[in-house]
Design a protein around this ligand. Structure first.
Ligand code: DAT
Ligand code: MG
Length: 145
């Protein structure tokens, strides 16, 4: 079980589709409304190097190249969020990977849909474990690693 006595961090990205659609504020609003703290915030267009490190686990999969192409197509908003249980908590706020079937009430369920590219444009990324969160923070916010 998660150790709830220890504050943890997670790495959130509002992906290029979310940024382009002006949904950064809505995503940050939901994070703050849940009670998590914004510890760092940046708008940047990801480099190939950052994306290669961030999505290393998917290297070789059929969707890897299109994913990197999409993720480098424009600015993203990157955030470090903080709070007990925030890694699992943000995954819960984000909803299932495929926005078509993601539950209503979640970011992906309320705001995402299939735009002809299946699950690719699903608005947000959130770390899936404490360890990956710390690895991802080092990629996007080396000053906060
Ligand atoms: P998540 O973002 O929910 O952690 P993931 O780590 O399995 O999901 O995949 C990373 C991203 O890659 C995901 O947000 C969208 C894209 N992706 C995953 N599976 C895909 C698929 N079958 N086809 C196209 N894109 C996919
Ligand atoms: Mg993932």
């Amino acid at each position: 079980m998660t150790d709830t006595t220890q504050t943890e961090r997670s790495l959130v990205l509002v992906k290029p589709d979310g940024y382009r659609r002006g949904l950064t504020g809505e995503v940050l609003r939901r994070i703050e409304a849940k009670g998590y703290t914004l510890a760092a915030l940046a708008v940047l267009t990801p480099t190939r190097e950052q994306l290669g490190a961030h999505y290393a686990e998917h290297d070789g999969k059929p969707f890897y190249e299109p994913l990197l192409e999409f993720m480098s197509s424009g600015p993203v908003t990157a955030a470090i969020i903080e709070g007990q249980g925030c890694v699992a908590g943000f995954r819960s706020l984000a909803g299932a990977t495929d926005p078509t079937g993601a539950a209503p009430g979640t970011i992906r369920g309320d705001l995402g849909r299939d735009w002809g590219v299946a699950v690719q444009q699903n608005i947000v990324h959130g770390s899936d474990a404490r360890e990956s969160a710390e690895q991802e923070i080092a990629i996007w916010f080396p000053d906060h690693a």
